[in-house]
Design a protein around this ligand. Structure first.
Ligand code: F6P
Length: 569
C-alpha cells in the first residue's frame, strides 16, 4: 500500500461530480412526487439497522458518481489494508486494528500483524477483564476493608472517557443491580470533587484509563483520587496511616487500563491489576478494548461481548458489501458530497433516544479528531475541504433549541436522525391532555411522531401558497415558509440493545474512515492536540506566579494571566 493517497480531486469521477453539481437542483418534493420507488430504492439495511437515505439531496446519478469516486480513490483496497493490519496510520507508522478487538473468537486464519498474534492477545485481555468484572460483580473482589465494590470511577479523558460514558448512558437499563459507574475526565478540580463527594471509599474502585498513561488530566485526577481515598480511609479509621497500609489500599481500590504497563507500575498500581491494549487501537476507537472495563463491571462481561458482536456485524457488512449497498460507504460518500460540493460546514446527529444523549459528544471526538486535517497522508496540503463539525443533542430537546436554524437558516446542515421502535421504558400517559394526547397514549409513540415529522418537514417544507391557504396575513407569509430540501438520513433499529449500539458506533467509525480515504488524510493520528498541551505546561509557571515566565508571554496571554492573578481568591 502506497503512502501517497490518490488525490480525489484529480479523478474522472470528481470532475463528473463537479459537472453534475453545476446542473444539480435539489427537489425532494418533486422527486418523491414523481418517483414512487425512491424511498424503497434508497433504503439500505446493515445488521439490525434500517437506513433511509431517500431524504438526502441526491439523485441516482449522484450516488453512482459517488460510488465511482470511492473506486477511484481505492476505497475497497484501503479498507482491506485497514482490516489486515497494514500501517495505514502513516505518521505514527502503525496498523489500525480496532476491528481486531471484535473479531469472532476462533476466526481462521488468525490475524497475525507485525509478528503479533493479534487474535490471541485480544482474547487473552478480554478473558482477563471479563474474569475481573465477574469478581467485582460477585463481591469476590473487595476493598481493603473487605466490603464489595458498589461504585467504579473511571478516570480518563478523550477516548478513555467519551466512549465508556456514552455506552454507560446508552445501556443504563442493563446495569440494574450491578455496581454503578461514574466518570471523571476534566482537570477542572470540580469534576473529581463532585464525583467523589458522596462516595464511600471502602466500596469505591477507581479505574485509571489512559492509553499512554502520560495524560496530564488523567494522572492529576488519579493522584487526587488516591489522596481522597487515603484521607477518607484514614479519617474513618479504616486503615492505619502508614505507607504500607496506603499501598495496600491502592492495591484494592485502583486498577489501570493502558498500553504502557511500566508507567502503571510507576504510579503504584500492581501490573497484575492492569488491563492492556495495543498501539494499533486509537484512543477514539478504543471503547471496545479494555478501556471498556468500567462497562464490563457495570453491565457484566456478557453484555460487553454482545456490544462487541454488534461492532463485528457492522465490520462484516462494511468489509464485504458492495459499495452500492454498503451503508458506511454510502453515508461517508454522502458526507463528502455535502462538504465538498454542497458546501456544508457541519453535520448534525440527532438521536431520538435519551439514552444516546452523549452519542453526539462521542462522535465529535471520533469524527473531528480523525478528519480535522489540513495535510494528506504524504504530508502534502489537502486538495479540498475536510472534516465537518459534528454536533447534536437528543430529540426532542434539540427541536426546542436549535432546529430553527436547521429548518430555516441559510446553511445546508445534513442531519442523521436515529430512533428505535421499542423503548426501554414503555410509559403511557393515563390522563392525556384532553386534546391531541389521548388518555392512555403511548409516550414513545408521541416521541417517534416527532422523529417522523421532523425529517418530513425538513425534506418537503411548506410553500408560500400553502402558508397563504391557511389564512396567514401576507406580510407574515415569507417568515412562515419552509424551503424544504434540507437533507436527512433516518436510521432505525428494533431497540437499543448492546448489539445495536455496537453496530451504530462501528457504522460511524467506518463512515469516518471512508471520508478520510476520499480526502487522502491520515484519520488515525491527532497531532493537532499536541501544541496546546505543550503550551499549557509552558504557561503553568506563569499562572503559578513565576514573573519571568509571565514576562515571556505574548501581550494578550500576559494580560489574561495577570487578570487571573489579580482576581484569584
Ligand atoms: O489529546 C488527545 C488524546 O491523545 C486523544 O486522542 C486520547 O483519546 C486522549 O488524548 C486521552 O489519551 P490517553 O488515553 O493516552 O490518556
Amino acid at each position: 500500500m502506497t503512502t501517497t493517497p490518490v488525490d480525489a480531486t484529480t479523478t474522472p469521477s470528481w470532475a463528473d461530480l463537479q459537472r453534475h453539481h453545476r446542473e444539480f437542483r435539489g427537489d425532494l418534493r418533486g422527486w418523491f412526487a414523481t418517483d414512487p420507488g425512491r424511498a424503497e430504492r434508497l433504503t439500505r439495511t446493515a445488521g439490525d439497522l434500517l437506513v433511509d437515505l431517500s431524504k438526502n439531496l441526491v439523485t441516482d446519478e449522484t450516488l453512482d458518481l459517488l460510488v465511482r469516486l470511492a473506486h477511484d480513490v481505492d476505497l475497497p483496497a484501503r479498507t482491506e489494508a485497514m482490516f489486515t493490519g497494514e500501517h495505514i496510520n502513516v505518521t505514527e507508522d502503525r496498523a489500525v486494528l480496532h476491528t481486531a478487538l471484535r473479531r469472532a473468537p476462533g476466526t481462521q486464519p488468525p490475524l497475525v500483524v507485525d509478528g503479533q498474534d493479534v487474535d490471541a492477545d485480544v482474547a487473552r485481555e478480554l478473558d482477563k477483564l471479563s474474569a475481573f468484572a465477574d469478581q467485582v460483580r460477585s463481591g469476590a473482589w473487595t476493598g481493603v476493608t473487605g466490603k464489595p465494590v458498589r461504585t467504579v470511577v473511571n478516570i480518563g479523558i478523550g477516548g478513555s472517557d467519551l466512549g465508556p460514558v456514552m455506552v454507560y448512558e446508552a445501556l443504563a437499563p442493563y446495569g440494574e443491580g450491578g455496581p454503578a459507574a461514574r466518570f471523571v475526565s476534566n482537570i477542572d478540580p470540580t469534576d473529581v470533587a463532585q464525583k467523589t463527594a458522596d462516595l464511600d471509599p471502602e466500596t469505591t474502585l477507581f479505574i485509571v484509563a489512559s492509553k499512554t498513561f502520560g495524560t496530564l488530566e488523567t494522572l492529576t485526577n488519579a493522584r487526587l483520587a488516591r489522596a481522597w481515598l487515603w484521607e477518607r480511609l484514614v479519617a474513618a479509621g479504616a486503615i492505619e496511616d502508614t505507607a504500607e497500609a496506603r499501598q495496600a489500599a491502592v492495591g484494592k481500590h485502583f486498577v489501570a487500563v493502558s498500553t504502557a504497563l511500566d508507567k502503571v507500575a510507576a504510579f503504584g498500581i500492581d501490573p497484575a491489576n492492569a488491563f492492556g491494549f495495543w498501539d494499533w487501537v486509537g484512543g477514539r476507537y478504543s471503547v471496545d478494548s479494555a478501556i471498556g472495563t468500567s462497562l464490563a463491571i457495570a453491565f457484566g462481561p456478557d453484555v460487553f461481548r454482545e456490544l462487541l458482536a454488534g461492532f463485528r456485524t457492522m465490520d462484516e457488512h462494511f468489509r464485504t458489501t458492495p459499495l452500492e449497498r454498503n451503508v458506511p460507504a454510502l453515508m461517508g460518500l454522502l458526507n463528502v458530497w455535502y462538504v465538498n460540493f454542497l458546501d456544508a460546514h457541519t453535520h448534525a446527529v440527532l438521536p431520538y433516544a435519551q439514552q444516546l444523549h452523549r452519542f453526539p459528544a462521542y462522535l465529535q471526538q471520533l469524527t473531528m479528531e480523525s478528519n480535522g486535517k489540513s495535510v494528506r497522508a504524504d504530508g502534502s496540503p489537502v486538495t479540498s475541504q475536510t472534516g465537518e463539525v459534528f454536533w447534536g443533542e437528543p430529540g426532542t430537546n434539540g427541536q426546542h433549541a436549535f432546529y430553527q436554524l436547521i429548518h430555516q437558516g441559510t446553511r445546508t446542515i445534513p442531519a442523521d436522525f436515529i430512533a428505535f421502535a421499542t423503548p426501554a421504558y414503555p410509559l403511557s400517559d393515563a390522563e392525556g391532555d384532553g386534546g391531541a394526547v389521548q388518555p392512555g397514549a403511548d409516550v414513545h409513540e408521541l416521541f417517534l411522531a416527532n422523529f417522523f415529522a421532523q425529517t418530513k418537514a425538513l425534506a418537503f417544507g411548506k410553500t408560500a401558497d400553502e402558508v397563504r391557504a391557511e389564512g396567514t396575513a401576507e406580510h407574515l407569509v415569507s417568515a412562515r415558509t419552509f424551503s424544504g430540501n434540507r437533507p436527512t438520513t433516518s436510521i432505525m433499529a428494533p431497540a437499543l440493545t448492546p448489539s445495536v449500539l455496537g453496530q451504530l458506533v462501528a457504522l460511524y467509525e467506518h463512515v469516518t474512515f471512508v471520508q478520510g480515504v476520499v480526502w487522502g488524510i491520515d484519520s488515525f493520528d491527532q497531532w493537532g492536540v499536541e501544541l496546546g498541551k505543550k503550551l499549557a505546561l509552558e504557561v503553568a509557571p506563569a499562572v503559578a506566579g513565576d514573573d519571568a515566565a509571565l514576562a515571556a508571554q505574548d501581550a494578550s496571554t500576559k494580560a489574561l494571566v495577570e487578570y487571573y492573578r489579580a482576581h484569584r481568591s
